[in-house]
Design a protein around this ligand. Structure first.
Ligand code: SF4
Length: 346
């Protein structure tokens, strides 16, 4: 049996039951694909359900305030995805009468939609003959065909895209693309794939040559930078605190945070008081500054390792532009701050 027909048979029996597969509505597929960029299905599933129930159509999403979208996205990371989703929803409703583009080429004009996402939507919703190549597909192809070109090199990206395209069947494009992705996720898994029970094992090069564990090959990731973040949590006698919105590009853009002091090493109380002496960042009169978490929280992002401390700054004077502690949960905040708020309020 050929690679394609074996995959098709496997898919019939093992297809993942996912809520966005109940329709070919491009809005649902687009939403699911954006959520699943850099996110495992298990983690993304509840977010898809929240978004669909809060914003059943592209019009609902377009008309929602950004703060509401960021709040629903909280915890999923890579917040630019949420902002792009909102931007594109507004674009589709305003300029395209709410109708999604129908080809890969046109889909790629939407903000936040790259080759992979456009190929997925075009093949699943419109049966366009375009291959999707995600991490699962790279793994299946590199192992089955025994290819050791690094999948994250420009040569590898081209080579695997050409191979995936050459394998496309003449019909059922959407099912084929979903079949190979599901096969990678459930059968040809990153660690300990079930080669003994695999229907492709007879012709699989990696299985024959004992190279399953070393394929796919990936170039080393970029260096991880360490940063020291000190969040100053104002706490007034009126049960108020203060949040600022992150305006700079980079991580957590547009999310809210407590005033931040970044230091080049783990900070002490003395260091922060010295910082205040130069910048006057604290309210005019403050009573005391105490470290909340005696052990630094290590928060890892793709290219950053943040060492985080929360400092409670007690103040007797009212805080300018204060946020009530009772209302703080309505603000979209980074997950490390959300966890702190839960601990602090309990
Ligand atoms: S035999 Fe193993 S490595 Fe090869 S395709 Fe099947 S699960 Fe993947």
């Amino acid at each position: 049996m050929s690679f394609n027909s074996t995959l098709a048979n496997w898919y019939l029996e093992n297809k993942r039951d996912l809520p966005w597969r109940n329709s070919k509505n491009p809005y649902n597929i687009w939403l699911s694909e954006i959520i699943l960029q850099q996110t495992q299905v298990k983690q993304g599933l509840p977010y898809f359900e929240k978004f669909i129930s809060n914003f059943p159509t592209v019009y609902d999403l377009a008309s929602a305030p950004e703060i509401e979208i960021l709040k629903l996205w909280q915890g999923l990371g890579y917040y630019s995805r949420a902002r792009n989703l909102h931007f594109s929803a507004k674009y589709i409703t305003k300029y395209l009468n709410g109708v999604f583009p129908k080809t890969k080429k046109e889909l790629m004009l939407l903000k936040g939609v790259g080759d992979y996402t456009a190929s997925a939507i075009a093949s699943i919703c419109y049966e366009e003959s375009v291959a999707v190549v995600d991490g699962n597909v790279y793994r299946v192809l590199s192992r089955y065909f025994g290819i050791d070109t690094p999948v994250n090199s420009s040569k590898g990206v081209k080579q695997f895209k050409m191979l995936a395209t050459s394998l496309l069947p003449n019909s059922d494009l959407g099912d084929y693309n979903q079949a190979i992705m599901d096969f990678g996720a459930k059968q040809c898994k990153p660690i300990s794939p079930s080669c003994i029970e695999c229907p492709l094992s007879i012709d699989c090069k990696a299985n024959a040559t004992g190279s399953v564990k070393i394929l796919p090959v990936k170039l080393k990731k970029t260096k991880i930078t360490k940063k020291y973040y000190n969040f100053i949590v104002f706490n007034s006698q009126d049960n108020e605190t203060y949040l600022e919105q992150r305006k700079s590009k980079g991580i957590w853009h547009q999310l809210y945070q407590f005033p931040l002091i970044e230091t080049n090493k783990s900070a002490s109380t003395k260091d922060l008081l010295e910082h205040h002496r130069k910048t006057l960042i604290f309210p005019e009169t403050f009573k005391e500054l105490n470290l909340f978490n005696s052990t630094e929280i290590v928060h890892k992002l793709s290219h950053l390792e943040l060492k985080v401390k929360f400092w409670i700054l007690e103040t007797s004077t009212p805080i300018k532009n204060a946020v009530k502690w009772s209302e703080i949960k309505s603000y979209p905040v980074p997950v490390v701050i959300d966890r702190f708020i839960n601990n602090f309020q309990n």
